[in-house]
Ligand binder design. Structure first.
Ligand SMILES: [Zn+2]
Length: 505
């Protein structure tokens, strides 16, 4: 990756028509993982989430609940913002599309499209899915929601999307990493190449619940433009310093259901407004629960993520998703699998490793170890080399968005150290120098291990590093675990007693 010193990461601006569920949590975990990774690499990182609070569906849902639209969206928005706190996710901005600063940015954005000559007034007649807030050209039911499409006929403003077709194809072809994984990139390219792009209807007269079109109060701005612009308004005004500094280094983490909005409409709108495109779209798959699609009509699929963290902790739940899903592919969430995976990886493997190491260390070297020798034995060098290789492979996987592979490398590294314990049986080493050198070596390796685990299980890692007498949060730039050289010259190491890092579930 060729990056400047700043990173701007976003989750979707979640649609506030219902309460958050596991699918929302999953995408946000991915974004949080990369926030921590970039921070550990020394970048200045901003992570934004928020709620999309306009549109006909919200107006209808609140009316159905006999609630004012304002109080309905306030509750939904509070649920989302509280969820991220409860899940241990540190957002830098939570943007609500009902906020005044967002509204004024959207109006400004609209005016830019107008100045460019990309907006014209016309008439739309067609089939509409209110759930998607999208027109469809064929079929009588929505392919996503399996609900009958509604016939709409209304005056509408249009955006000249068709003018950007070739530019979009060129951009995606020239930037192979613009959309990852590549299956999604190919999907967008074939969509763009297979048919002529229609101009996009970007205003509605069928709802009042939205941001008014400048100088034409009968129309409200299409909810998708409104929502996408929240990525910008979370940074500040359009001509502000933050947008200039952060926007070109933007990564949008999204689900595949909103791919076309982000990969086709959004870039064209940005170009029209005279702005750069985000650097990358990272697209994850569907989540199903025990084999079933998450749906309000199937209450068993609506699992409150916080109720799960009461069993697993925030880190446990996050680790499960990042390890169990190959990014981009669908995941079927099964509770027995969750428990099984966490017990195997975090309790038996990672947690045990730390507790046996720290017990042994404290027993023999309560005051710490100062290594006299600069030359390690070959056996100890081998362990450092092996862990160093794991660290390099881990970074490669993470940079390619292979999160499940990165998580596996992390846990394989713990397994490798457990195996070294079994083989060397340090509790039988009678020579004090030899024992000191071995425990010193393992301490170096555990330091590297905490670095690998940090983006997945930050809370647990903080405790683990406390036990190793190391500072928090970890930093990727230090030459950790390097063979001899700099690592062997490090000063003495110490440990402190800790509680179990991850109790068996
Ligand atoms: Zn739909």
């Amino acid at each position: 990756m060729n990056l400047t010193s700043r990173q701007y990461l976003t989750t979707p601006i979640y649609y506030a028509s219902g309460s958050p569920h596991l699918g929302h949590a999953y995408t946000t975990f991915v974004a949080d993982c990369y926030k921590r990774y970039y921070q550990a690499c020394g970048y200045e990182v901003l992570l934004t989430s928020g709620t999309d609070e306009h549109g006909q569906k919200i107006e209808r849902t609140s009316a159905k609940n006999n609630e004012s639209t304002e109080s309905f969206i306030q509750k939904r928005s509070d649920e989302f913002s509280r969820l991220w706190i409860d899940l241990g996710i540190e957002l830098d901005a939570f943007q609500r599309t009902s906020s005044p600063e967002h509204k004024s940015l959207v109006v400004e954005f609209w005016k830019r499209l107008q100045q460019k000559g990309d907006i014209y007034k016309g008439h739309y007649e067609g089939l509409y899915c209110v759930e998607c807030e999208q027109y469809f050209t064929e079929g009588d039911q929505c392919p996503v929601h399996r609900k009958p499409l509604e016939h709409y006929s209304e005056e509408s403003y249009f955006f000249r999307l068709s003018a950007y077709q070739q530019k979009l194809i060129d951009h995606i072809e020239k930037h192979p990493d613009f959309i990852v994984p590549s299956t999604r990139r190919n999907e967008v390219l074939s969509f763009l190449k297979s048919s002529g792009l229609h101009d996009l209807s970007i205003s509605r007269t069928s709802t009042r619940w939205g941001i008014q079109v400048p100088d034409d109060s009968r129309h409200v701005i299409y909810v998708w433009i409104d929502a996408l612009a929240a990525y910008l308004s979370a940074l500040g005004p359009l001509d502000g310093k933050e947008i200039e500094e952060y926007w070109p280094n933007t990564t949008h983490f999204i689900g595949k259901d909103i791919l076309i909005f982000h990969a086709v409409y959004w870039p064209a709108l940005l170009w029209s407004a005279g702005l750069d495109l985000p650097r990358q779209l990272v697209v994850n798959g569907w989540l199903t629960v025990e084999g079933r699609k998450i749906s309000k009509s199937d209450p068993e699929t609506i699992i409150d993520p916080v109720s799960l963290t009461e069993i697993t902790g925030c880190d446990g739940l996050k680790y499960y998703f990042l390890k169990a899903v190959k990014l981009g592919q669908d995941l079927d969430f099964r509770k027995d699998h969750l428990i099984e995976l966490l017990n195997a990886d975090l309790a038996n493997n990672f947690g045990n490793l730390f507790s046996r190491f720290i017990k042994l260390f404290i027993k023999h070297f309560p005051d710490g170890i100062d290594l006299d020798t600069q030359i390690l034995s070959t056996a100890n060098q081998h362990i450092l080399t092996a862990v160093s290789a794991k660290r390099a492979a881990f970074i490669r996987a993470l940079e390619k968005y292979e999160l499940s592979i990165a998580a596996r490398i992390f846990i394989d590294t713990a397994a490798l150290l457990n195996a070294s314990f079994q083989q060397r049986e340090p509790w039988k080493i009678a020579n004090r120098e030899e024992l000191a050198e071995y425990l010193w070596t393992v301490h170096q390796c555990l330091e590297t291990l905490t670095l690998l685990g940090y983006c997945f299980i930050p809370g647990i890692i903080e405790n683990a590093r406390g036990g190793l007498n190391l500072g928090n949060p970890p930093v990727f730039k230090e030459p950790l675990g390097d063979v001899n050289g700099s690592a062997a010259k490090k000063s003495g190491v110490k440990v402190r007693g800790i509680e179990s890092l991850f109790p068996r579930l």
